[in-house]
Design a protein around this ligand. Structure first.
Ligand SMILES: [Zn+2]
Length: 367
């Protein structure tokens, strides 16, 4: 079976509408843990374990208030977006030195392996590091993370590449500089650039030069869009930036012509259900638009965004897919993630094969 054959539209009934399989497979959490996974939308800084956060705060003498003294489960508590930004500030404030990032990367790899993540393209935000800590040695930080991840690959088998986030809020000039930096960091496994941050106030067109520069240096391109702004922002990310994948993209659902564009160009959306509800990108009181986007033929992959900060895991996000769309969607989305990865063809073929073995070996029971 050719890899592209995995990227199929969902089954449709005679009326053309999405339908579930007659015999639905029910996958348990253990089945979903065993599912071989590719991770495409996860911010490394957002994976910082609570324990490690407190350890680093103590080590560096950073006062993180109640986050340092409340019960561990409440260390990352927030009630609204303003508080979430303060949490993000606190997390960023304790990541100060290359060794901190090495520990973060090693923890990430261990946690990812525990969920059977086989390959990851993970976001890092060097312009945020330097904004919080002017003196940080960025190249030494990449080198430290690379060493930690190479050690994880040798012992645990996971492969991790980096995508540098250009971060809209710092403006186009800084984005250009970060794209240049990303190119210089290729020896440490940087393979692309992304674009997170305040989408509503910093539209895509401001970053066209930075994306062009990244491409000239052989970097791949992705962009967050359709999260804080509407469908037009998704169209801009595709048409003006040439983004090859879209982070979230859920608000594409507001414009059928953008949905059609995504389906036609076979652009994968990296869907993070818990994040979408917490940020309001997908209203919590309505079904998540992933079902409608999937039914419209848009390729979807599932991810966790900032799992530690949002109190979720990649397995939890897949569990939501299983419970709302069924196991066929779980396997389809997992295969889409493999296909949308920027990994070498041989690695992708191996990952597709692992997924096929997982499916054939009964990752689920008929109900
Ligand atoms: Zn994100």
């Amino acid at each position: 079976m050719s890899p592209t054959s995995y990227r199929t539209a969902p089954p449709r009934g005679s009326d053309g509408k999405y339908t579930t399989l007659a015999k639905r497979l029910s996958m348990t959490r253990a089945d979903l843990v065993r599912l071989p996974k590719v991770q495409l939308h996860c911010h490394l800084e957002g994976t910082l374990r609570r324990e490690r956060f407190r350890e680093l705060a103590l080590h560096h003498g950073v006062d993180v208030g109640l986050r340092g003294s409340a019960p561990l489960a409440e260390a990352y508590a927030f009630i609204d977006f303003a508080e979430f930004l303060l949490l993000f500030r606190d997390v960023s404030s304790v990541l100060r030195q290359p060794a901190d990032f090495a520990a973060l990367a090693a923890d990430y790899a261990a946690d990812a392996v525990a969920q059977n993540v086989r390959y990851a393209e993970i976001f890092v935000s060097p312009s945020v590091w330097t904004w919080f800590h002017h003196g940080i040695d960025v190249e030494a930080t990449f080198a430290a993370m690379r060493a930690a991840l190479d050690a994880a690959q040798a012992t645990l088998g996971i492969q991790v590449a980096f995508i540098c986030d250009l971060t809209r809020n710092f403006g186009p000039q800084r984005a250009l500089e970060t794209a240049q930096l990303a190119a210089a960091m290729r020896p440490y496994g940087v393979i692309g650039v992304g674009l997170g941050g305040d989408e509503a106030r910093w539209p895509a067109e401001l970053f066209a030069d930075a994306f062009a520069l990244a491409r000239e240096h052989g970097l791949r391109t992705v962009a967050h869009a359709g999260e804080a702004a509407g469908a037009e922002s998704v169209r801009s990310a595709v048409e003006l930036l040439g983004a090859e994948r879209i982070g979230h993209g859920v608000r594409a659902i507001e414009d059928p012509t953008v949905v059609e564009l995504l389906a036609r160009k076979r652009i994968t959306l990296e869907i993070c259900p818990t994040s979408n509800r917490l940020t309001g990108a997908a209203p919590a009181h309505l079904p998540h638009p992933m079902g409608a986007l999937d039914a419209a033929g848009v390729l979807l992959a599932i991810d966790a965004d900032d799992p530690a900060l949002f109190g979720t895991t990649l397995v939890d996000e897949y569990l939501e897919v299983e419970q709302t769309l069924g196991s066929d969607a779980v396997y389809r989305f997992a295969a889409n993630a493999v296909e949308a990865a920027f990994a070498p063809a041989a690695l992708k073929a191996r990952l597709h094969a692992e997924l096929a073995v997982s499916r054939n070996s009964g990752g689920g029971v008929e109900v």
